[in-house]
Design a protein around this ligand. Structure first.
Ligand SMILES: O=CCCCC(=O)O
Length: 453
């Protein structure tokens, strides 16, 4: 029997001790999922959507409880936890209202009497999810995937096991049949075995590039589909005509949300030299004004990082960049899992804070000669989740859409997910899309039906 603890990163107190699932426990859960696969797939779409509306309602009723749980387990500022749960409810409402249309047969005229694409569920989908948005990342996958008629097994990050079990209970309380959505308390070794099992039809991962390579490798070897949402090193490009008075708060939010622990955060600020000094002055002033502290307090914006080792790793990336010539304008102070909001200038393209994803409150600022130079610097990344551009010249912004090699391009706003829009990356940020029509169609059999009468 293997036990593990979840720990509050703010005060190091143990939140709870759990017993890890054995191989037999995991198999039992898989068998339970398989046992209801056909009956769940046969439930009318209207009824599935009603259950999803129940989830949305319960999320809103329980948002304080769930936000507190996230704060305890991974240090998310409470108020940002409330917003996360509200966003989960939004995604559930979106699919509750739109799934029927999105899954409808797609008629295609051919020389058959009738030809169309139908969308059948695949079966049991394995989801491997990270700790940074413990509810949102799961709901982003589960709301469309269950509504398409699949069942799901969730392997969540161990430090958010309480959230993982709360989500399982949430689906049961909303009226989903037992076995439709189950949480595993499993280690990585079990996941490899599970992917190879015939009962698992596909796998989705939100996580690191290393985890992506391993999971996609196992999935590929077993001819299973995978969707990967991996890291990001998003550029925030600031052209010389950007309206900083209007947008500086958004730019700061783009980097510092969730204490900087977000794949889609702005990590590299690439600023045209004509506006550089004014940008740095305003950006620094705003970052300085962010309140750090007890993540349970309503007015705390910067909490602790989810684990002390993550804060240490981040500080190492910063210190290695300083050795290569980066200058600290603000921050670079660590106390346990707390890492103070940090701004680095004189960042060059060979430094860790430019080349690697920084998963915490660190802004790397790079000066660009002009608009073209800024775009070239931004595109120099192995990752391709998204880019944002701030400019008053939206015609010029439209002209460079195809120069942005990422999964998303936002102009005068931060890269963010929205249930109505596809979400996913290119290059080492992964493949496949979540949310919107694209997301609900990732885990269906797009069956060609061709009928001659
Ligand atoms: O780490 C990834 C964060 C994704 C947040 C979102 O979907 O908005």
């Amino acid at each position: 029997m293997k036990e593990y603890e979840t720990k509050n990163p703010y005060n190091s107190e143990v939140v709870k001790t759990y017993v890890q699932d054995s191989t037999a426990d995991i198999d039992k859960k898989l068998q339970k999922a398989l046992a209801i696969e056909a009956s769940w797939a046969a439930v009318e779409i209207e009824d599935k959507c009603e259950l999803l509306s129940n989830v949305a309602e319960l999320l809103i009723d329980r948002k304080e409880e769930y936000a507190e749980l996230m704060t305890q387990e991974m240090g998310k500022p409470y108020s940002q936890g409330i917003s996360e749960i509200e966003k989960c409810a939004w995604a559930c409402d979106f699919y509750a209202h739109n799934a029927e249309n999105l899954l409808a047969d797609e008629l295609i005229e051919t020389d058959a009497d009738e030809s169309f694409i139908s969308h059948d569920p695949l079966g049991c989908i394995l989801a491997v999810m990270p700790w940074n948005y413990p509810f949102w990342q799961v709901i982003r996958f589960a709301a469309p995937t269950l509504t398409a008629g699949n069942t799901a097994l969730l392997k969540h990050a161990q430090n958010v096991t309480g959230c993982s079990l709360a989500i399982e209970q949430l689906f049961l309380d909303a009226g989903y049949p037992e076995g439709c959505f189950q949480s595993l308390k499993a280690g990585h070794e079990e996941i490899e075995k599970l992917i190879a099992n015939d009962g698992i039809k596909a796998v989705t991962l939100t996580g690191s590039e290393k985890a992506g390579k391993s999971i996609a490798g196992t999935a590929g070897k077993n001819l299973k589909k995978s969707v990967l949402e991996l890291g990001g090193n998003n550029a925030c490009i600031v052209w010389e005509d950007a309206d900083l008075d209007e947008h500086i708060d958004t730019m700061v939010m783009a980097r510092m949300q969730n204490t900087g622990q977000s794949c889609i955060a702005a990590k590299r600020f690439i600023v045209c030299e004509n506006i550089y000094d004014y940008f740095l002055e305003k950006f620094t002033a705003k970052v300085k004004s962010l309140k750090s502290g007890d993540p349970m307090k309503e007015d705390t914006f910067i909490g602790v990082m989810a684990r002390e080792d993550l804060a240490e790793e981040l500080q190492k990336q910063v210190n290695d960049s300083i050795k290569q010539g980066a200058k600290v304008v603000l921050g670079n102070m660590r106390n346990g899992a707390y890492y103070s909001p940090t701004i680095l200038t004189d960042v060059t393209e060979d430094m860790p804070v430019f080349k690697e994803e920084t998963f915490g409150p660190v802004a790397a600022i790079i000066k660009a000669k002009n608009r073209e130079d800024a775009i070239t610097i931004a595109a120099n990344s192995r990752l391709g989740l998204g880019s944002m551009l701030f400019t008053e010249d939206t015609d010029a912004a439209m002209d460079i859409i195809s120069d942005i090699p990422d999964g998303a391009f936002f102009v005068n706003d931060m890269v963010k997910s929205d249930p109505r829009l596809p979400f996913g990356g290119t290059k080492a940020s992964g493949y496949g899309r979540e949310l919107s029509r694209e997301g609900i169609l990732e885990f269906v059999n797009k069956k060609t039906v061709y009928i001659k009468k």
